[in-house]
Design a protein. Structure first.
Length: 103
């Protein structure tokens, strides 16, 4: 069960991670576009974006039933830090830490 306070913390952390990953994607696309020299490069950018969109759409699922493993993954991938989840129930934090340590 997620309290109102935990829901607020979770939403803020979720949105922060999504924003950070989006900004990193934008940086990468700008770099790819800057170095593009031909049509093949354009299609490589397209393929890269298609792949990343699929990955991001699958990763960022804001359902409370799956948030703990998602937060574990986001911590492992360094899109959020554990201290940004401060205020969540200790049991949730423990589970997130376990998920973050899995590869």
């Amino acid at each position: 069960m997620w309290s109102k306070k935990e829901k607020d913390i979770a939403r803020r952390a979720f949105e922060m991670a999504l924003e950070r990953e989006g900004l990193e994607l934008l940086r990468k696309i700008k770099e790819m576009a800057r170095t593009a020299e031909n049509r093949k490069d354009i299609w490589q950018i397209h393929d890269f974006l298609t792949e990343r969109r699929t990955e991001i759409d699958q990763k960022y699922d804001y359902r409370y039933s799956v948030l703990i493993p998602i937060f574990g993954r986001l911590v492992r991938e360094e899109w959020i830090r554990l201290d940004e989840l401060e205020g969540l129930d200790e049991d949730k934090i423990t589970k997130i830490k376990i998920m973050a340590s899995l590869e």
